[in-house]
Design a binder for this molecule. Structure first.
Ligand SMILES: [Fe+2]
Ligand SMILES: [Fe+2]
Length: 154
C-alpha cells in the first residue's frame, strides 16, 4: 500500500464526511411540516454518523503519519424534503464510492485500516440503498411540495 496515496484518499473522504455533518445537520434544522416528526431525527442521526466516521478517518490519517484536512466538500441546502433526500442520496453514493476506492488501494497488510473501510463502506452503501427506497415511496404530492424549492450550494 502506498501510504501517501492512502492519506490523500482518506483526506478526500474526511472532507466529504465534514460536508455530510453540515448538510445533514442543516436539513435537520430546516425540515418542516408533518414529516418533521420523523425526518428531524433521521437527518440529525445521519449528521452524527458523519461526525463519527470523520473521527475514525481522522484518527487513521494520523496513525499513517498524515495531517487531517480542515476543508469540507460542497454543501447543498434545501427546504424541500424530497430534494433533501435526493441530495442525501447523492452524498451517500459519493461516500460509498470513496470508501470502495480506498478499499481497493488498501491491500491485505493493514487489517485495522481495511476493517474500518469495510465497515464504514458498508454503512454508506446501506445508507444510499435506504434513501433510494425512501425516495421510491415518495412523490411530489406526498410531501412539502407546496414549498418553493430552493437548492443552493455553500
Ligand atoms: Fe460516512
Ligand atoms: Fe455517508
Amino acid at each position: 500500500m502506498n501510504n501517501n496515496a492512502m492519506i490523500q484518499k482518506l483526506n478526500e473522504i474526511l472532507k466529504w464526511e465534514y460536508a455530510g455533518l453540515i448538510q445533514y445537520t442543516q436539513f435537520s434544522f430546516l425540515v418542516s411540516g408533518l414529516h418533521r416528526e420523523v425526518y428531524e431525527k433521521f437527518f440529525r442521526k445521519n449528521g452524527e454518523e458523519a461526525l463519527s466516521h470523520a473521527q475514525q478517518v481522522g484518527d487513521r490519517i494520523v496513525t499513517l503519519g498524515g495531517i487531517p484536512t480542515v476543508e469540507r466538500g460542497e454543501v447543498n441546502v434545501s427546504n424541500d424534503l424530497v430534494e433533501m433526500l435526493k441530495l442525501s442520496h447523492e452524498l451517500e453514493s459519493r461516500h460509498a464510492r470513496l470508501y470502495a476506492e480506498a478499499l481497493a488501494m488498501c491491500g491485505e497488510s493493514n487489517l485495522a485500516l481495511r476493517l474500518m473501510l469495510e465497515e464504514i463502506g458498508r454503512d454508506e452503501q446501506e445508507g444510499a440503498d435506504h434513501i433510494e427506497k425512501l425516495l421510491k415511496g415518495l412523490d411530489a404530492a406526498d410531501t412539502t411540495a407546496a414549498q418553493p424549492s430552493a437548492v443552493r450550494s455553500a
